[in-house]
Design a protein around this ligand. Structure first.
Ligand SMILES: [Zn+2]
Length: 656
């Protein structure tokens, strides 16, 4: 149950974006940007008619909509865009806008933005990235602070400040619920192993002035260590009574695991003093005990070499580290530097985007999007009150509270943060001409901030930081490309990439507006009751609502029905099914409305799924679109589908 929050974000995104789509080269990006600009300049006149022409260009009207609606609505997509999804196009547009901004500021040293918070440091960081010519991994190691002892925990704690904590013992700060962070401890992550590449080896050798075993010897030693760590962190051999994760005070932990000085370890890692009553959560305590006993008597030098190598491997595996291009003898492009900065300087980069691009449309967007959001919420509450599953009053009331308490954040910025707030945050990090140092400072700042959130009693700070989802440097791209439900805070996050064409425009006719925005919000809202996230209450605390629901026959029948044809994850299917149903019941209520607006509404809904490939939590776009709409009798009505055709089956599922 506990491990659910770890995947909370990844599984919640409405549609994932394979990273490779964001990695195409600069020329492609520029062409796309030009294309987009040309389009938007046309669209200033009559956006809706222009946009409908575009939808038509993707259609294959000779296909039978009642047989395969995806082929009918998206049949021509690939001949126009190749294997690129709508999400990728939208994500590239955001990257290009950053490049335009930074290039303009470099050309215009007198521009007013140079006097705003964040901008000068962002620009310096950008330049340091563009200036990279050769990969010098050793610079990372040379920038590490000196250590006072040779103990494995000291180095581990230091590396942890940069967000690396995958080996030996994992000590992290996790966002726990809507108002709390917590320190979390776990054994060595045994799925990850050390691959000692020549680049890492030579960086290490230079850092240690040549004092190192040969590459094959060291590889062999690491391999043995990996195997031992793997064995010790496995759970099979251990009494299952003790396996579950638990909350301990530091005093209790010290008694259970006396092999380490825990107060000192946390002091080293988080640069703060924790008293004996401070609470931490621990998973796999018996494995931790075994690991600590082993590490305390192992060869200290080997442990150190392994830690440093794992650290370099971690840095190189962070999404969009530009050094990976250099390893292949290619200097990073401006787009690649921007992609890297969007990961590692999340707050600063979003601040810049808001200021330059989004602020001027925010008030209008909020008026429109919040209105649609409230309409959907009211409809959702109404449906829940019908209580089709016959739930008991307490459970129904708890689910109602989740729905009514759900918030939305457009752009994913701290809510109502002042200019002063950004000036203060800016003081906490530095940018120089040295890329390696800059990268380090940004990692330190993010991780120090997480630790601060766990300790702070500052109500203003808490209010700001619990109003959005602060992405770390290892966050996957898809999280910034599509709206998602953030379960611990009960918030729907709508990234900048969504609030633009083709998904959304403030002047869209209602059929176009609800066709995407209504369905997307509906999908995200239904994640609150999907088979994973239903267990989080309105404050993000884990409960047993899922277990309670499974006592109701009709609920179980609904789940089994949705799960009866192959799909990648049930929670995405339930959000597709029920979210689409919710949007339909909110917007297309009467037969007259369906006759007048139904076709355009469903065609706009389809745009989202054109060119979409499957990923670890979502089926392919064609499967999702066709399955979901075949479950909606309103679709068959609008397209006059004969009963028994694939899009108008005789039997349908019943769910939320
Ligand atoms: Zn989803």
């Amino acid at each position: 149950m506990m491990r659910i929050w770890g995947i909370c974000l990844l599984l919640a995104s409405v549609q994932a974006l394979p990273t490779k789509h964001l990695n195409h080269n600069a020329t492609e990006e520029q062409e796309q940007e030009q294309e987009l600009e040309e389009e938007t300049s046309h669209w200033n006149g009559d956006i809706n008619l222009q946009y409908i022409q575009r939808i038509e260009s993707y259609m294959q009207p000779e296909q039978d909509a009642c047989h395969d609606f995806h082929a009918y609505a998206c049949g021509n997509w690939k001949s126009v865009h190749g294997n690129v999804s709508t999400m990728s196009l939208s994500g590239s547009h955001i990257d290009q806008r950053y490049v335009h901004l930074f290039e303009r500021l470099l050309r215009e040293p007198q521009a007013s933005e140079h006097r705003l918070p964040m901008f000068p440091k962002l620009l310096r960081y950008y330049q340091s990235c563009l200036a990279l010519d050769k990969p010098r991994l050793r610079h990372y190691l040379d920038h590490l602070p000196p250590r006072s002892t040779d103990h494995w925990m000291e180095l581990l704690a230091i590396l942890g400040r940069y967000g690396h904590h995958e080996h030996y013992i994992r000590i992290t700060v996790a966002h726990h619920n809507a108002s709390r962070h917590i320190i979390f401890m776990q054994a060595h992550v045994h799925e990850l192993k050390m691959t000692l590449t020549p680049n890492i080896y030579f960086a290490l050798r230079r850092h240690l002035d040549g004092d190192l075993p040969s590459l094959p010897d060291l590889r062999q030693q690491f391999k043995q260590l990996d195997a031992t760590l793997y064995r010790l962190s496995q759970s099979e051999s251990i009494n299952s009574e003790e396996e579950n994760f638990k909350t301990y005070t530091l005093n209790q932990l010290q008694q259970e695991l006396p092999g380490l000085n825990w107060t000192h370890a946390l002091q080293l890692k988080f640069n703060a003093t924790y008293d004996g009553q401070h609470q931490v959560q621990v998973d796999e305590l018996p494995q931790l005990r075994q690991l600590i006993d082993f590490l305390n008597q192992a060869d200290a030098r080997l442990l150190r070499l392994y830690s440093l190598s794992r650290f370099l491997q971690y840095l190189l595996q962070l999404p969009h580290n530009p050094l990976n291009n250099l390893v292949n003898n290619r200097a990073p492009s401006s787009v690649e530097c921007v992609q890297h900065m969007r990961k590692t300087l999340y707050l600063g980069m979003n601040y810049a985007y808001e200021h330059i691009y989004y602020a001027k449309q925010r008030a209008t967007d909020e008026r429109i999007i919040f209105r649609v959001f409230e309409e959907l919420k009211a409809q959702f509450s109404k449906q829940l009150r019908l209580n089709e599953f016959g739930l008991d009053a307490n459970l129904l009331s708890a689910l109602q509270q989740k729905v009514s308490g759900m918030a939305i954040n457009i752009g994913n910025m701290p809510h109502n943060a002042s200019e002063q707030f950004f000036r203060e945050r800016e003081q906490l990090w530095q940018a120089t001409g040295d890329f390696y140092l800059n990268h380090f400072k940004s990692l330190l700042e993010y991780n120090a901030h997480q630790a601060e959130m766990e300790r702070t009693t500052n109500a203003t700070l808490k209010q700001l930081f619990y109003s959005f989802s602060y992405h770390g440097p290892s966050m996957q791209d898809n999280i910034d490309a599509t709206p998602y439900f953030y379960c611990v805070s009960n918030i729907i996050i709508m990234p900048y990439a969504y609030v633009q064409l083709p998904f959304y425009h403030a002047q869209f006719w209602p059929a176009l507006l609800y066709g995407d925005l209504g369905n997307t919000l509906g999908h995200e809202m239904l994640h609150t009751l999907d088979s994973f996230f239903v267990d989080f209450d309105a404050q993000g605390v884990q409960r047993d609502y899922g277990d309670q629901l499974r006592r109701y026959r009709q609920y179980v029948a609904g789940i089994e029905c949705l799960n009866s044809t192959a799909n990648i994850t049930l929670n995405e299917r339930t959000a597709d099914f029920s979210g689409t149903r919710l949007a339909l019941h909110t917007y297309l209520q009467t037969p007259m409305q369906r006759r007048q607006h139904g076709r355009l509404y469903f065609l706009q809904f389809a745009q989202f799924f054109c060119g979409q490939e499957a990923d670890e939590s979502h089926d392919e776009g064609s499967v999702r679109l066709n399955y979901t709409l075949s479950q909606m009798p309103e679709f068959a009505e609008v397209f006059n589908c004969t009963q028994g055709t694939p899009m108008n089956p005789v039997e349908r599922c019943r769910f939320w």
